[in-house]
Design a protein around this ligand. Sequence first.
Ligand code: SAH
Length: 205
Amino acid sequence: MVERQLRRRGIPDDRVLAAMERVPRELFVPDSVRPYAYADDALPIGQGQTISQPFVVATICSLLALDGSERVLDVGTGSGYQAAVLAELAAEVVTIERLQELAETARAALAAAGYPNVEVRVGDGSLGVEERAPFDAIAVAAATPTVPPALYEQLAVGGRIVVPRGSRDGQKLVLVVRTVDGPVEHAVLPVRFVPLLGDEGFGET
Ligand code: SAH
């Protein structure tokens, strides 16, 4: 997976490649799709949700440019896989999921895989996790019409947020850096994520 799907396709960051080599992705997918755990695809994890494609996880992690010292917020825990990769790359990860059942499964997978530096919360991640802010980096794993203002506000100055921004049907992965002069934006690649619901997302429909 790392060689064919990531390194050859130009993921430049050796720390990210090494992290993805270490995380046992098979622990984060349901039994029914376990044979495909390392496939070049998103996979269903129940409740209409998906675990992101490895290439997309690697791209998000590379854009966040982590050095191991950071506190990171991961919005949309899903399977917990992205949180595990972030936990390899940063000091501490707070991850938030709106669906209780997925949060519980993710919590168990993260414990089994050995990531004590991840805290799994249940709630509306479009509002961030104010009491743990500021974050040095934020990864959003669900599509939003705009960068949720609460998430930008919870970034440290110099912090980075990666968000799939667009419509429900298609988005661009964007990197926004919070600077003293305001947000600086870079659009990276077209992607397709499940919608971020909640107050600052697409609403509860
Ligand atoms: N990072 C995940 C991908 C999960 S898909 C992984 O590696 O497996 C996106 C997840 O975002 C879904 O589980 C969905 O339930 C969740 N989600 C959608 N809106 C949300 C919100 N407002 N707050 C928290 N989680 C949300």
